[in-house]
Design a protein around this ligand. Structure first.
Ligand SMILES: [Ca+2]
Length: 183
């Protein structure tokens, strides 16, 4: 009986240790779905469409977009409106976080967002040549305290989509669709 109890306690401790390790490992990566915005302003919109985000499981997700304007902007001009989607992200542990966006671009005149974190200056994220394909794009890094932070995706060019973004502490590089972090 006594030995059994000790065994049970050891198993329980092992389970707790694994759970703690998982939570600790996860603490460095915060993933937010694009459709889970706190507020949104046109021409940023939640698309009526969804897409298969994860081929293996067939999981479909929604996305936000600056839809194509007519005519589509053919130069790197000023955005036509102040459309944005705003997010509150709860950061569990303070540190330096790199912002990543999973985006899908129409073309090289529709391949960026302005991203603003808290009161930091807005920066253009994207401008890469991978068009018509969901892929992760690296943004800037930010020193963040534990607690709520604000992330804004603002219109820079039309024909731009994103389905999630991540704040990553450390060297982890997202390559596939990431499960959303419970907030
Ligand atoms: Ca561009």
């Amino acid at each position: 009986m006594h030995v059994k109890r000790i065994h049970l306690l050891l198993v329980l401790l092992a389970v707790l240790a694994v759970a703690a390790a998982l939570v600790y490992a996860d603490a460095g990566k915060i993933v937010v779905l694009a459709t889970h915005f706190g507020s949104i302003e046109p021409s940023m919109q939640k698309s009526a469409d969804t897409h298969v985000a994860e081929k293996f499981s067939g999981k479909t997700v929604g996305y936000c977009e600056i839809p194509l304007h007519d005519p589509h902007g053919g130069t790197e001009g000023k955005p036509l409106d102040n459309g944005y989607a705003a997010y509150t992200v709860n950061v569990p542990t303070a540190g330096r976080y790199l912002l990543w966006v999973r985006a899908n671009w129409y073309d090289t005149c529709g391949n960026s967002f302005f991203v603003r974190v808290d009161q930091n200056p807005a920066v253009a994220v994207g401008q890469d040549a991978t068009c018509g394909k969901w892929h992760w794009v690296k943004g800037k890094s930010y020193q963040l305290s534990a607690g709520p932070h604000y992330v804004y995706f603002q219109n820079r060019e039309d024909g731009t989509k994103f389905d999630e973004f991540a704040l990553v502490k450390g060297s982890y590089v997202p390559t596939r669709f990431e499960r959303e972090t419970p907030q």
